[in-house]
Design a protein around this ligand. Structure first.
Ligand SMILES: NC(=O)c1ccc[n+]([C@@H]2O[C@H](COP(=O)([O-])OP(=O)(O)OC[C@H]3O[C@@H](n4cnc5c(N)ncnc54)[C@H](OP(=O)(O)O)[C@@H]3O)[C@@H](O)[C@H]2O)c1
Length: 374
């Protein structure tokens, strides 16, 4: 078949281009699409045409997809940024640039066909190929695998934005990092170490302790969270560090763990909230009655108390920064400067196993990043 002067041949169910100036150009793709948010069971694998890359876009053949907690929330309909109607979830992947659309402005694009890139995308990542805005492509570090590239951007940028940009963690300070063995958490540990700060990390299960010990924490720096005695657990961990308070709290759990941590925040301390994992439903669909109960019991705060105590509580959601593409290059290089080692991949799945990969992430027992390889 000929298209636009190029020769397309069938290869493993996909049309690829032979005789193109550089690598083959995919024209159809496989994707995991959900007709509407509400249940993980609605995710369905589809084969669909992919339009040529538009203005300012690059066609990327995807080799690895990084899963994020936000993907689960989006599929369940619990994420405010979720698109209405049918959508392809997925916020990041890594792959090879196959072709470029017309540039937005002359000389704008810094990528070329054949380049290996990490990709940030506001949904649409669960696919074997996609057209991505070139402003959200970051060169894959030379020694990294595609899986490592797909594991990096969202979580490293989250750790950098929360702990460094907002949290202003400084040398000699003490940080509490929740879910320290998770994807964001491991980057937060690496960044805190590079800064010269001390971390007390929390995990949900003791089987994550060895990973954190391998990352340089001693046993007394790891708290296996117990809601019934969390305050006492924090006091013991602080005492073992010869410290009395946290300077920064990096918190994506909230729920019943919010208040005991906040009570141990130092004057001038920053409590940075960036998630509410406590709200994560355990099933394929949200249990609305349980969510309503959790919502009623969510942490509440009188802002006037922050003045007396000299404390700050702040929050962020990186997806709202997506429109600020101009900030990405500086943020990505700042994150890479502080967390330069390839990210830890805790679990790998095949593309056809993607729903199982999501359920595994949802289960809360994974470490580092969950990756789907294409
Ligand atoms: N605001 C933002 O821009 C932004 C961006 C990226 C991620 N996030 C948030 O950051 C958090 C981490 O995200 P991630 O993608 O890197 O995942 P992750 O940390 O690799 O994994 C999620 C971890 O959350 C913990 N968790 C706590 N309560 C849970 C529950 N009820 N059910 C399941 N897991 C629970 C589990 O670790 P432990 O039990 O060991 O704690 C689990 O391994 C998520 O809450 C996510 O929403 C926010």
């Amino acid at each position: 078949m000929r298209a636009g002067g190029l020769t397309l041949v069938r290869s493993e169910g996909l049309d690829v281009c032979r005789g193109c100036p550089s690598p083959a150009v995919t024209t159809t793709r496989h994707a995991w699409r959900i007709p509407s948010a509400g249940s993980l069971e609605r995710l369905a694998r589809v084969t669909e045409d992919l339009a040529p890359p538009g203005v300012g876009e690059a066609r990327v053949r995807v080799e690895a997809i990084g899963l994020n907690f936000a993907d689960v929330f989006a599929c369940l309909g619990l994420y405010s940024a979720t698109p209405p109607g049918a959508f392809v979830p997925g916020l990041e992947c890594a792959g090879v640039v196959e072709a470029l659309g017309p540039p937005r402005a002359s000389g704008e694009s810094t990528v070329a066909p054949g380049d290996h890139v990490m990709v940030l995308t506001r949904f649409g990542g669960y696919a074997t190929a996609l057209n991505a805005d070139t402003r959200y492509l970051v060169p894959l570090p030379e020694t990294w695998t595609m899986a490592q590239g797909a594991a990096y951007l969202v979580q490293a940028l989250t750790a950098w934005h929360g702990l460094v940009h907002l949290g202003a963690l400084a040398p000699g300070q003490v940080a509490l990092v929740h879910s320290a063995a998770g994807g964001v958490g491991l980057h937060a540990l690496a960044m805190a170490r590079a800064i010269g700060a001390t971390v007390i990390g929390t995990v949900g299960h003791g089987d994550k302790i060895p990973l954190l010990e391998a990352r340089g924490l001693v046993r007394s720096q790891v708290v296996v969270r117990d809601a019934a005695r969390f305050g006492a657990q924090l006091d013991a961990a602080l005492a073992a560090m010869d410290a009395s308070h946290f300077d920064v709290i990096f918190d994506a759990i909230a729920g019943s763990f919010f208040r005991p941590a906040l009570e141990r925040l130092a004057p001038e301390g920053r409590h940075v909230l960036y998630g509410a994992a406590d709200f994560m439903p355990s099933g394929a669909r949200p249990n609305w009655r349980r969510l309503a109960w959790q919502f009623l019991r969510r942490p509440q705060l009188d802002p006037m108390t922050l003045i007396d105590k000299n404390r700050s509580v702040m929050g962020f959601n990186l997806i709202w920064l997506f429109e600020r593409a101009d900030r990405l290059p500086a943020a990505a290089s700042a994150a890479l400067a502080l967390s330069a080692a390839p990210p830890h991949i805790g679990a790998r799945f095949r593309f056809d196993e993607l729903p199982r990969a999501l359920r595994t992430l949802q289960g809360g027992r994974t470490t580092g990043k969950v990756i789907v390889e294409v």
